[in-house]
Ligand binder design. Structure first.
Ligand code: CA
Ligand code: CA
Length: 83
């Protein structure tokens, strides 16, 4: 019983800690870039929002789902792909 409780507590802590850790690693300039590009605030850069990204789209959309996620933009900005 105590083992299970400990495991549950550890899992809960990892779920809480992971997003916080990810956020501290993100460069702030990405927030502005993403917010500016995600005009309709859908959480994705898609549709007409992609017009300005079309040239770099193939490189930024690493999972090729036709959308640029926040994570994909993070990678693009951090690697210097998107300036
Ligand atoms: Ca959008
Ligand atoms: Ca994608």
């Amino acid at each position: 019983m105590s083992k299970l409780a400990g495991l549950a507590a550890a899992l809960a802590m990892s779920l809480v800690a992971a997003p916080a850790l990810a956020q501290t690693k993100l460069p702030n300039p990405v927030d502005a870039k993403f917010a500016a590009a995600d005009v309709d605030k859908s959480g994705h850069i898609d549709g007409k929002e992609l017009e300005s990204f079309k040239v770099q789209m193939a490189k930024i959309d690493t999972d090729k789902d036709g959308k640029i996620s926040r994570q994909e933009l993070d990678v693009a900005v951090m690697t210097g792909l998107l300036k």
